[in-house]
Write a protein that binds this ligand. Structure first.
Ligand code: ATP
Length: 474
């Protein structure tokens, strides 16, 4: 049952509000006033739901920054304040009237804490201290070394490498990276920026979100400093603009971006742009801009495959120095298929949980700690899926699920699949029998009791079947 601060049980709402005020105070003490005002001041507590506190920020840019830089700290502070709250979810959400900290959130960007975030003046302690006036801070974790390459992203990765080694070379300017949410576009852009900065520190590399570009432009209009805005932008050697789809419907900002774009390309500077769609599919962007965006190199990052997800999990677990059993990583790679951000979030949560309670990560603990994420990815399992997964697991042909072959290496997996069909679906024994090559219901019954017996007698076999069950489970 959701408990809203200010509604529901007055006592718990009041105590959450007090906890929240103390957490904010502690964060302010820890990070200092400048950093606090830049990144954290606009956080508001939206609700506490079960063991999760939901915190709102007004933009994706701030949300992503706070998630990646303060997410763990926020969770820990909440746990210390209130043991019932074990997680913090930072989201983009509306700000209450009066705003966070009692400030008016309608305040213009240049007067709010956001102004610093948007101005490119990186906070003192922020990682990836910016040098150019224009750049947002780079995330120190987003380098080529930490980017795991697989089929879905190898082309985009190769293009990014190429641009990092030879900026502004013909055919690669602009570089347009596109793909779904959380698949590594920002990571690749930051990796290019780090590589260029490290190789040639004198180069002026500017990275910003399209959202920030717009705020800077509006601020310049308000303060009648558009000339300055244009000049300083055009002095960069490499310009990276993330999430360009944000400019859809923002005609004036698009116009400004178009001119900046042309001026930089004409001057032989490199441009890298990311978006969630290809240039031709970005409806709502001006045609001439779409045409220009598509005339360099366009690279797509595809949805992840099981193999890539597993490699990413392995790399991240190794980097975190935490022993996560292979079966758990395989389980996560099977279950969390949406994007890398969610996958990473799930692993981080498991690791944080293990550290906090000093317990090893196991399949059981993974199921328990991630139940909400797993539930969201659950769907009804079908007999066909069970057959497919079991055949894959035991390396037999799918057709053998319904064939008459009785060799042990085929018959046993078939029995496992029947057992799982009984466990995971609501199909009757005769129905299951029919789906396994028209077998009799007594055959299914025999399979179910045989597999149960074997599981009792053989722990390794039981674990194997359990793993399959978890992978398939609804
Ligand atoms: N191939 C990869 N190897 C390692 N980490 C990855 C990979 N792809 C994505 N990630 C990680 O997943 C998270 C999300 O990636 P990123 O922020 O780059 O996604 P995005 O495509 O820019 O998403 P959005 O569309 O939301 O801006 C990051 O923490 C990033 O490090």
């Amino acid at each position: 049952m959701e408990k809203q601060p200010g509604s529901g049980s007055a006592r718990s709402a009041a105590s959450f509000a007090e906890s929240w005020a103390r957490i904010r105070g502690r964060l302010r003490d820890e990070v200092g006033e400048v950093e606090y005002r830049t990144w954290l001041r606009q956080m508001t507590l939206a609700s506490v739901e079960g063991d999760e506190a939901i915190v709102h920020l007004p933009t994706r840019f701030l949300r992503d920054w706070v998630r990646s830089h303060y997410g763990d700290r926020l969770s820990l502070l909440w746990q210390q304040e209130n043991a019932g709250v074990r997680r913090v979810d930072v989201r983009v959400g509306p700000q209450p009237r009066g705003g966070a900290d009692g400030v008016d959130v309608e305040v213009a960007p240049e007067r709010s804490g956001l102004a610093e975030a948007l101005s490119g003046r990186a906070p003192r302690n922020a990682a990836g201290e910016s040098r150019g006036e224009w750049s947002a801070p780079l995330d120190p974790r987003f380098t080529f070394d930490t980017f795991v390459v697989g089929k879905p992203n190898e082309f985009a990765h190769a293009c990014a490498r190429r641009v990092a080694e030879h900026p502004a070379s013909p055919g690669f300017n602009p570089l347009f990276l596109y793909g779904g949410v959380g698949l590594g576009k920002t990571h690749l852009m930051h990796a290019v920026a780090w590589a260029i900065r490290n190789g040639e520190p004198a180069r002026n590399v500017a990275y910003m979100s399209a959202e920030k570009f717009m705020y800077r432009f509006i601020a310049a209009l308000r303060s009648q400093s558009t000339m300055e805005f244009k000049e300083s932008l055009r002095s960069v050697d490499v310009l990276m603009v993330d999430d360009l789809q944000f400019l859809i419907g923002k005609d004036n900002t698009q116009e400004e971006f178009f001119h900046t774009f042309n001026a930089l390309i004409d001057a032989g500077k490199q441009i890298i742009v990311s978006a969630d769609k290809s240039p031709s599919d970005l409806n709502g962007l001006e045609d001439r801009l779409r045409t220009r965006l598509g005339c360099g190199m366009v690279a797509d990052i595809h949805a992840t495959t099981y193999e890539l997800r597993l490699s990413i999990l392995q790399a991240k677990a190794t980097a975190a120095g935490v022993a996560v059993p292979k079966a758990v990583l395989e389980f996560l790679a099977h279950k969390i298929t949406s994007n890398v951000r969610e996958l990473e979030g799930a692993l981080n949560r498991l690791i944080a949980h293990a550290n906090l309670f000093g317990r090893a990560v196991t399949l059981d603990s993974a199921q328990e700690v991630l139940h909400d994420i797993l539930r969201a990815h659950d769907r009804r399992v079908t007999i066909e899926e069970i057959q497919r997964k079991v055949a894959e697991h035991y390396n037999i042909r799918l057709t053998d699920m319904s064939s008459a072959r009785r060799a042990r290496n085929v018959a046993r997996p078939r029995q496992v699949a029947m057992y799982l069909a009984k466990q995971l679906t609501s199909r009757s024994l005769p129905e299951i029998g029919r789906r396994f090559g028209n077998r009799d219901h007594t055959t299914v019954m025999h399979a179910v009791s045989r597999i149960s017996e074997l599981m009792q007698a053989d722990a390794a076999f039981a674990e194997d079947v359990e793993l399959l069950r978890r992978m398939l489970e609804t």
